[in-house]
Design a protein around this ligand. Structure first.
Ligand code: 5RP
Length: 259
C-alpha cells in the first residue's frame, strides 16, 4: 500500500481499534429526500463528532457539509437508477476520480450487483474504477447490492464479497446474515455491514454487535441512526459497540441514558 492509500485508510479505520463507524447519508442519490435527510446539515452536524467517516454524494457534500468540518469522506460514485426504475441498482460510474480527489475524498463507493442480469456491467465498471483509484492511492469500497429474488444468506453474501475483493476492492460493504464468519473469513479485505431499514434500536445494536463479533471491521449505518428517536444517543451507542466492544445490553442502556 502506498502512503496516500494508507493515509486515507487510516482516516476511515480508527488506527487505535482498526474499526470504523461509517455514517451513511447517501440515500438521496436513488431515494430522493429520505425521511431524516430532508436537511442533511441539520441531521449530520450533531452526529459528526461520533462518526469516523461520512458516506455521501458529491451534491450533498457540496451543499450540506461545511468544508471546515474535520471528517473524512466516502464519496458515492455510482448511480444511474432510482427507486422508480424496475432495474434499480443497475449503476455505472457517475463521479470522476478527479472530482473525488478535488473534494478530498478518503474513499470512493460503488455498488456492484452479483447475480443480477446486468452483473457484468457493474463488475466491469467497478474494475475500471479500481484501476483508476489505485493510480491515485484512493481506496475503493464495493457495496454488494442484492437484487430481487436473491437470498441474503452466507452463501450468496460470501460469494459477492469475495468477488468484490478479488476485483480489487479495498473495503467491502455487505449485509449481515447468519453464519457471518463465513463472509468475513473468506474476504481478503475488511468487511463492514450496511445498516438496512429502520428497526427498533435494540435490534440494530444487536446486529451491529453480532457482526463485529463475527469479524466485521465496522458498520456503515444510516437509517438506524438518523431515523432513531434520538440519533445523537444512537450514534454513541453504536460507537460503543464498534470501538469499545460494548454488549447490546450495555449499548442499549447507554442509548436510554443519553436519549
Ligand atoms: C445504498 C447504500 C446506503 O448507504 C446504505 O443503504 C446504508 O444505509 P442504511 O444503513 O440506511 O441501509 O449503500 O446502496
Amino acid at each position: 500500500m502506498n502512503w496516500g492509500m494508507k493515509n486515507r485508510m487510516s482516516r476511515i479505520f480508527n488506527p487505535e481499534t482498526g474499526r470504523t463507524l461509517m455514517f451513511a447519508v447517501d440515500h438521496g442519490y436513488f431515494m430522493g429526500p429520505t425521511t431524516g435527510l430532508e436537511n442533511i446539515t441539520e441531521t449530520v452536524d450533531p452526529l459528526l463528532p461520533y462518526a469516523d467517516t461520512l458516506m455521501l454524494t458529491r451534491g450533498a457534500l457540496r451543499n450540506y457539509i461545511a468544508p471546515e468540518k474535520d471528517t473524512s469522506i466516502i464519496m458515492r460514485v455510482s448511480s444511474g437508477t432510482s427507486i422508480l426504475n424496475k432495474n434499480l441498482l443497475h449503476e455505472g460510474l457517475s463521479v470522476s476520480m478527479e472530482e473525488s480527489l478535488r473534494m478530498n475524498a478518503s474513499a470512493v463507493a460503488f455498488s456492484i450487483m452479483v447475480g443480477a442480469e446486468f452483473e457484468r456491467d457493474t463488475l466491469l465498471a467497478f474494475s475500471q474504477l479500481v484501476d483508476e483509484a489505485e493510480r491515485y492511492g484512493m481506496p475503493t469500497l464495493a457495496v454488494t447490492a442484492v437484487g430481487k429474488g436473491l437470498d441474503r444468506d452466507a452463501r450468496y453474501l460470501s460469494l459477492a464479497t469475495r468477488i468484490a475483493g478479488e476485483l480489487g476492492a479495498r473495503i467491502v460493504k455487505t449485509y449481515y446474515c447468519d453464519n457471518f464468519e463465513r463472509v468475513t473469513s473468506t474476504s481478503p479485505v475488511p468487511v463492514v455491514i450496511a445498516g438496512g431499514k429502520k428497526v427498533p434500536e435494540q435490534d440494530a445494536l444487536t446486529t451491529a454487535y453480532n457482526a463485529i463479533q463475527a469479524g466485521a471491521a465496522g458498520v456503515d449505518m444510516g437509517r438506524n441512526i438518523f431515523q432513531s428517536e434520538s440519533p445523537v444517543a444512537m450514534v454513541q451507542a453504536v460507537r460503543a459497540i464498534v470501538h469499545a466492544n460494548a454488549t447490546p445490553d450495555e449499548a442499549f442502556e447507554m442509548f436510554n441514558d443519553l436519549k
